[in-house]
Design a binder for this molecule. Structure first.
Ligand code: PEP
Ligand code: MG
Length: 553
């Protein structure tokens, strides 16, 4: 048995086989083959598996994003039957005696170049589709980049690191746990793991050792330990731990329906952070009172083009309908830093976390921003929507955003499209600048939501993505706690509400302090709601207020 020590970022115990995820796009093996018929058969089998994957994805997407948006998978499936495409692959295999991987790769390049050179923009976009279907076949042929895991489930995913776009693309139903060599606890991969309630360990150096691929492992997301080929004693101990966790989960489920009120009668709203429409089921399963942060940028990741206004409208509308009148705070696009999508064609930045990210990108590309705002306002008719803007640093940015919002509302009125005039508008406080001038920002907005993940990285000057700097990324730093206190006080002074939606909101060591500060709302990953509620129910704030506030000294 080998034990690897990493950092647990989502509790829980998982037993299963480790599946190494090697990055798609690694080198295509080019070999010459003897038996061309056998090679063609290999290709045909991979093509059929790809068709099956696309059928499954189509069905899944219909449920999640509606038929119109799911059509792309149907189109891809049809492209896999295109006679010209198949002819090209066959000819390369038969005449050049190249392996199926090379034949697919050459065909993909030729066809996508051909599409790209056409005048018609619709045809140009098909170039990306050819690349996409070819990549799918290549992934099956090379058995690499297995990001679409439906046929491999259930497994524990091991990876060097995972970009948010890769995590979004995965079929999560067969994933038991995540283990990565890199990453940090406030990285978006860790956040996604928490949303999915999968045990997750980061910084597990050595887990990508090739002989471990396919090995039986145990992941302990509490202690951050991973056991490769565990011995009997460890299996028994960990089974006991898993049973205890299951019992705790059962106990917590008894808190569903109980209001989050402290022993001395102070109440706080408990909301959920989500990243997709399908996460709405988790909000209900965990008794969330609404959505405090919908990270809308995930809709933009793992795809080839911008989501259209209609596409976004249909998703926002469904989220709001599913919330059945409960408040849903949708955060506008937060692309940039670690969340990148190729089609944004962002210039290379040396320091993207400090670059043109989030609201900065939206203000420099108003057309992209306005498309999202139009979709949001139109969807507002279907529930209780609040619009929230990330990465604010100045009053001027808030005013510019408000101007654009006004412009969008005016356009919608002229087009006789309806929207709710009473949508709340809020900003994230996640830069020291915003926290310091929050008294100036408060009169312009309906609420503040404190993004402690970024607030910590920017205040302490520590990159949240850098695993080597994790020791310096201390969100309990007095500077952070004081800023949070300042923001909540300024909000109340101005008569608006203030919440916390960064990972710190779910940190049970700070719950008493946040309650002593009189925070109005805590928004956490769905699986953290019930443990947080349990903590709140056990607090008596009037008794411990002074002690809790000592942390600010
Ligand atoms: C934050 O920064 O705390 C936050 C909630 O936003 P994100 O983690 O998506 O950057
Ligand atoms: Mg943030």
């Amino acid at each position: 048995m080998i034990t690897i020590q990493g950092q647990g970022v989502c509790g829980g115990v998982a037993f299963g086989k480790l599946l190494h995820l090697k990055k798609a796009g690694s080198k295509i093996p080019r070999t010459y083959i003897q038996d061309t018929q056998k090679e063609w058969k290999r290709f045909e089998e991979a093509r059929k598996s790809a068709e099956q994957q696309l059928d499954d994805l189509y069905q899944k997407a219909i449920g999640e994003v509606g038929e119109e948006n799911a059509m792309i998978f149907e189109i891809h499936r049809m492209m896999l039957e295109d006679p010209d495409y198949l002819d090209s692959v066959k000819t390369i295999i038969q005449e050049q005696r190249l392996n199926a991987e090379s034949a697919v790769s050459i065909t993909a390049d030729t066809f996508s170049e051909m599409f790209a050179s056409m005048d018609n923009s619709y045809m140009q976009a098909r170039g990306a589709d050819v690349k996409d279907i070819s990549q799918r076949i290549l992934s099956i042929l090379t058995d690499e980049g297995r990001l679409r895991l439906s046929s491999h489930a259930p497994v524990i995913i091991g990876a060097e690191d995972l970009a948010p776009s890769e995590t979004v693309e995965m079929d999560k139903s067969g994933i038991l746990a995540f283990v990565t060599e890199k990453g940090s606890s406030s990285s978006h991969t860790a956040i996604l793991a928490r949303t999915m309630n999968s045990p997750a360990v980061i910084g597990a150096v050595g887990i990508m050792e090739s002989t471990y691929d396919g090995a039986d492992i145990i992941v302990d997301g509490f202690s951050g330990k991973i056991y490769v080929d565990p011995d009997m004693q460890t299996v028994l101990t960990m089974q006991k731990k898993k049973e205890q966790t299951d019992r705790q989960t059962e106990l917590l489920s008894k808190l569903k329906g109980v209001k989050p009120i402290t022993k001395d009668g102070q109440s706080v709203l408990l909301y959920a952070n989500i990243g997709s429409l399908s996460d709405m089921a988790l909000v209900y399963a965990n008794d969330g009172m609404g959505v405090g942060l919908f990270r809308s940028e995930f809709l933009y990741l793992g795809r080839k083009t911008y989501p259209s206004e209609e596409e976004q409208f249909s998703i926002y509308k469904s989220v709001l309908q599913k919330a059945m009148g409960k408040r849903v705070v949708i955060r506008t696009l937060d692309i940039g830093a670690d969340k990148q999508a190729d089609y944004f064609a962002m210039p290379q930045e040396d320091n993207p976390a400090m670059g043109v990210r989030a609201v900065r990108l939206c203000l420099t590309r108003p057309a992209v921003f306005k498309t999202q705002l139009r979709a949001l306002y139109r969807a507002s008719m279907f529930g209780k929507l609040a619009i929230m803007v990330p990465m604010i640093t100045s009053l001027d940015e808030v005013l510019q955003v408000k101007d654009l919002m006004k412009e969008v509302r005016e356009e919608l009125r002229q087009e006789h499209l309806t929207f709710r005039e009473d949508c709340e508008f809020g900003i994230m406080i996640e830069t020291p600048a915003a926290a310091i001038i929050c008294d100036k920002l408060a009169p312009e907005v309906d609420f503040f939501s404190i993004g402690t993940n970024d607030l910590t990285q920017y205040t302490l000057a520590v990159d949240r993505q850098n695993p080597d700097a994790t020791a310096f990324l201390n969100p309990h730093h007095t500077a952070i706690l004081r800023l949070i206190d300042t923001v909540i006080k300024a909000a109340h002074q101005a008569g608006i509400w203030a919440g916390i939606c960064g990972e710190l909101a779910g940190d049970l060591e700070l719950t008493e302090l946040f309650l002593a500060m009189e925070v109005d709302e805590l928004s956490v990953s769905p699986n953290q709601i019930l443990p947080l509620k349990q903590k709140i129910l056990s607090c008596n704030i009037s008794q411990i207020r002074e002690t809790a506030l000592n942390l600010l000294k």
